[in-house]
Design a protein around this ligand. Structure first.
Ligand SMILES: [Zn+2]
Length: 240
């Protein structure tokens, strides 16, 4: 777990995320040489703006939690629990628009687990079906049929109960995500749905595709993301 550090102004409720970039100079590569950029010193700017205010240093006490959006979505809203040594708070991070850097905000409240979302690995699946899988048919599946297969898979997954999915492996890039295996019943249910739309030869190849990609975090495994709810407390931050 990486400990994140923040400075918070309790007068203005503004939060600065302390990063290694606060101290390191930034370079650009210009005309064959590295040039140091004029320092974009967010930390100094923050300290200057809040001179004489009540500042507190905060550190994270858990992993950050995704509350809305997907993990790879640049517009996602994340929360992380932080402490000043006495009290727990939440820091909310999000972007106002895609070109803006992340902005941080202090929120009074706690994170409460709110179940799990189950997704198919849509983009990875599409890539694999299109570019990598060695189809043994005269023609690989058309784009249209690939989309149809993904759609049918999503429909089947929507009928599964998250608590009945067996976890097969964690995600190494995102601690909030785990992979769950597609059991035999799930595989059969998917093939049954496909039978109405694909030829017997295609079905045979789809079976082979499924079997080749169900292991661990293969593209046919399911992505499970832990969801959280914010329990905001009614106390205001300024009154503390
Ligand atoms: Zn301030």
């Amino acid at each position: 777990m990486v400990e994140e550090r923040y400075i918070c102004c309790r007068n203005c409720n503004e939060v600065h995320h302390v990063t290694p970039f606060d101290k390191a100079p930034e370079y650009i590569w210009a005309e064959g040489e590295a040039r140091e950029l004029p320092r974009r010193d967010d930390w100094r700017d923050f300290m200057h703006r809040h001179a004489g205010h009540r500042l507190e240093s905060l550190r994270s006490v858990g992993e950050s939690c995704l509350v809305s959006g997907e993990a790879a979505d640049p517009m996602k809203v994340d929360y992380i629990e932080v402490t000043n040594g006495h009290d727990l708070f939440l820091i909310r991070s999000h972007r106002k628009n895609i070109a803006e850097p992340l902005s941080f905000e202090l929120v009074q409240g706690r994170l409460a687990p709110a179940g799990v979302s189950v997704e198919v690995q849509e983009n990875e699946l599409r890539k694999e079906l299109k570019h990598h899988f060695p189809w043994r048919m005269p023609e690989p599946l058309s784009d249209q049929k690939i989309e149809l297969f993904i759609g049918l898979f999503k429909e089947m997954v929507a009928s599964l109960r998250p608590d009945e999915i067996e976890i097969s492996s964690p995600s190494y890039t995102d601690t909030r995500t785990e992979y769950g295996s597609l059991e035999s019943a799930g595989k059969e249910a998917l093939v049954e749905r496909c039978k109405h739309h694909f030829s017997p030869l295609e079905i045979e190849e789809i079976r082979r595709f499924i079997e080749t990609h169900v292991e661990d975090d293969g593209v046919m495994s399911l992505r499970l993301a832990k969801l959280y709810m914010i329990e905001e407390s009614r106390e205001t931050l300024h009154s503390r």
